[in-house]
Design a protein around this ligand. Structure first.
Ligand SMILES: Cc1ncc(COP(=O)(O)O)c(C=O)c1O
Length: 373
C-alpha cells in the first residue's frame, strides 16, 4: 500500500529533538508519572508496589474496565462497551479507515487538518474529495460545498474538531447539519476529537459519537491529558457493525495497548477534572500571550483559536514557509511547523500549550528573526 509522506511528522522527526524553544509541540505541556501522582494525591510507593508486582502479560486485551469506563465518561451517551482502545489517536484514525474504507469507496475529508485524515483514505481509494476550510470562513466548513461533494454512496466524511492546525470549533448546530448530510448518504462521520475538552471557554464540546449513530469519535491521552508517552487512544461509536470491524482488524495489528499504559491512563482518567483544570489554565493563559504578540506584530495575522493547542499564523514576508521555519530554527532554536505541511503557504503553525517560558522565548526569537527579513 503506497502512501504520501506525512509532512508534519517528517518535519518533527528531523528537527524536534534539537529545538531550544519547541513551539511546534501540540500536546499540553507533558507531565511525568510523578506529576500525575501528585495531581492524583497518590504516593510513589503505593503506585509502584502494585505495578511492580504484576506479571507482564498482555493485560486486558480490549483495555481494562477502569480504562474503558474512564474513556466513556468523556462522552454523554457512550458506554464502556462502545469504546475500542488503540495506539494513540494515530492508531485510532488508521484503524477506522482500514476497517471501513475499501478501494472504490468515496470519502470526503477536510483540509487543513492532521494529514492522516486525507492521506490514509487516498492510499486506499482513488475517490477522495477534499473540503477546503478557508480563513475567510473562520476555518469552518462551507456546508453548501459539503452538500455538493457528498454523494448518495459516500462511505465516509472525515472531520477534525477542534481543528489542528487552526483551533476552529464546530458547534453543536454545525455538527448536526453535517450529520444531516452524512445521514442522507448513509455515510459514517469520522471526527478526530483529539483536542476535545480543551476549549477557551467552559462550553461542552460535542462529540459526533453522541449525536449520530454512525458517528465515530477518535481521541487519545496525548494532548488533553499531556500523556503522549503512554500511546493510549481510542475509537468510540454506537455503531455495532463498525465496532466489530475495528475489533477484528485490531486482532491483526495491536492485540492489546499494554498493561502499564493502561494503568497510567486509568489513573489519569480517574483524576480527569484535575488534569483538565491544569491544562485549560495553560491553554487559556498562553493563548492570551500569543494574542498580545499577534496584535503587536503587523506582519502576522490569524483567526484566533477557540480551542485546542495550535494556531495557524499567516505572515506577509515573501519567504516560503519551509525556508522561514528552517532558517528560524537554525539561527535561533525556535521551532515552528511550516504551513506548507498543511498546504497553507506563507503561514506557520504554532503550538502554544507548552511551558510559558518556552512560549515567551520562542515568540521573542520569532520577532527578532522576522525583524531582519
Ligand atoms: C488532530 C490529531 N490527530 C491525531 C494525532 C495523533 O495523536 P496521538 O498521539 O494520540 O497518536 C495528532 C497529533 O498531533 C493530531 O494533532
Amino acid at each position: 500500500m503506497r502512501i504520501e509522506p506525512f509532512a508534519v511528522e517528517e518535519w518533527m522527526n528531523e528537527y524536534e529533538e534539537g529545538a531550544k524553544f519547541n513551539t511546534a509541540e501540540t500536546c499540553v505541556d507533558s507531565i511525568s508519572i510523578d506529576d500525575l501522582l501528585g495531581l492524583a494525591g497518590k504516593s510513589r510507593e503505593e503506585f509502584f508496589s502494585s505495578l511492580c508486582s504484576r506479571r507482564l502479560t498482555y493485560g486486558d486485551i480490549q483495555g481494562s474496565n477502569a480504562l474503558r469506563s474512564g474513556i466513556a465518561s468523556l462522552y454523554r451517551t457512550i458506554g464502556k462497551e462502545e469504546v475500542v482502545t488503540t495506539h494513540g489517536a494515530a492508531g485510532g484514525n488508521h484503524h477506522v479507515f482500514i476497517s471501513l474504507v475499501s478501494p472504490g469507496d468515496h470519502v470526503v475529508s477536510v483540509m487543513p487538518t492532521y494529514q492522516q485524515l486525507y492521506s490514509i483514505p487516498r492510499s486506499i481509494t482513488s475517490d477522495v474529495d477534499v473540503l477546503k476550510l478557508r480563513k475567510e470562513n473562520g476555518y469552518l466548513p462551507d456546508l453548501d460545498e459539503l452538500k455538493r461533494l457528498a454523494l448518495p454512496d459516500t462511505r465516509m466524511i472525515a472531520i477534525n474538531n477542534p481543528n489542528n492546525p487552526t483551533g476552529a470549533v464546530m458547534d453543536r448546530d454545525m455538527l448536526c447539519r453535517i450529520i444531516e448530510i452524512a445521514d442522507k448518504c448513509g455515510a459514517y462521520l469520522l471526527c478526530d476529537e483529539v483536542y476535545r475538552h480543551l476549549g477557551q471557554d467552559d462550553e461542552w464540546c460535542e462529540s459526533v459519537a453522541d449525536l449520530y449513530d454512525k458517528g465515530i469519535s477518535v481521541g487519545s491521552m496525548s494532548k488533553v491529558f499531556s500523556l503522549a508517552g503512554i500511546r493510549i487512544g481510542w475509537i468510540a461509536t454506537h455503531d455495532e457493525d463498525a465496532r466489530k470491524q475495528f475489533l477484528s482488524h485490531r486482532d491483526y495489528d495491536l492485540i492489546s495497548c499494554g498493561m502499564i499504559d493502561d494503568v497510567i491512563a486509568s489513573l489519569a482518567l480517574e483524576n480527569k477534572e484535575k488534569i483538565l483544570e491544569r491544562n485549560r489554565g495553560i491553554i487559556r493563559s498562553n493563548l492570551a500571550i500569543l494574542d498580545d504578540w499577534i496584535h503587536g506584530n503587523s506582519h502576522f495575522s490569524y483567526v484566533k483559536p477557540q480551542a485546542g493547542t495550535t494556531a495557524l499564523i499567516h505572515y506577509d514576508f515573501q519567504v516560503p514557509s519551509y525556508k522561514l521555519c528552517k532558517d528560524l530554527y537554525t539561527e535561533t532554536g525556535a521551532f515552528l511547523t511550516p504551513g506548507d505541511c498543511f498546504e497553507e503557504p506563507y503561514s506557520f503553525r504554532i503550538g502554544y500549550a507548552c511551558n510559558k517560558d518556552v512560549l515567551e522565548g520562542g515568540l521573542k526569537a520569532i520577532s527578532e528573526y522576522c525583524s531582519r527579513l
